[in-house]
Design a binder for this molecule. Structure first.
Ligand code: IDP
Ligand code: MG
Length: 159
């Protein structure tokens, strides 16, 4: 059994700056090598409707129009990663928003200098992980499968 009922999901977006800079593979690799399970992945263009919902907490900010323009400047890669307490694990891998101050070794710390062009989005809570995965993926785009690697990634009492 692989965390049935207690799995967390995180919605990760590879943002347009990373698409343009050819960083998709390196970003995906960070999550793979950590031992997380990829259960959904697609390239998609974002429109104002999904961005207004996704960034509703920033809708009143003066930078919102330029953020929306940036997020529409190319397709993004949307991913759903699954695992034990994965929401926090993914946030740690990504680093803080202001990339030029992000910890070296994190994705933003290693690949970015900007506050807005910061390579990735990651869900910030378990509840938002569920909401955001539901916003970006249809039910049949999220896959359930057994990852043999889990035998070695987790201890018996964590499975
Ligand atoms: P997060 O992506 O680290 O969760 P949020 O505060 O949720 O950070 O902001 C969402 C995204 O909005 C950021 O990743 C970044 O792209 C953009 N953003 C946040 N704050 C600023 C800002 O002060 N100026 C420009 N863009 C910003
Ligand atoms: Mg956020």
């Amino acid at each position: 059994m692989q965390f049935d009922g207690v799995n967390e999901k995180s919605l990760v977006l590879v943002k347009p700056d990373a698409i343009q800079r050819g960083l998709i593979g390196q970003v995906v690799s960070r999550f793979e090598r950590k031992g997380l399970k990829l259960v959904g992945m697609k390239m998609m263009g974002l429109d104002d409707e999904i961005l207004t919902a996704h960034y509703s907490h920033l809708a009143d900010k003066p930078f919102f129009p330029s953020l929306a323009k940036f997020m529409k400047s190319s397709p993004v890669i949307a991913m759903c990663w699954e695992g034990l307490e994965v929401v926090n694990a993914v946030r740690e891998l990504c680093g803080i928003t202001k990339a030029r101050e992000a910890e070296a070794g994190s994705i933003r710390g290693d690949f970015a200098m900007s506050v807005s062009c910061n390579v990735v989005h990651a869900s910030d809570s378990v509840e938002n992980g569920e909401i955001e995965v539901g916003r970006f993926f249809e039910d049949d785009e999220i896959h359930s499968y057994k990852k043999s690697e889990y035998e070695h990634v987790y201890a018996e009492d964590e499975k």
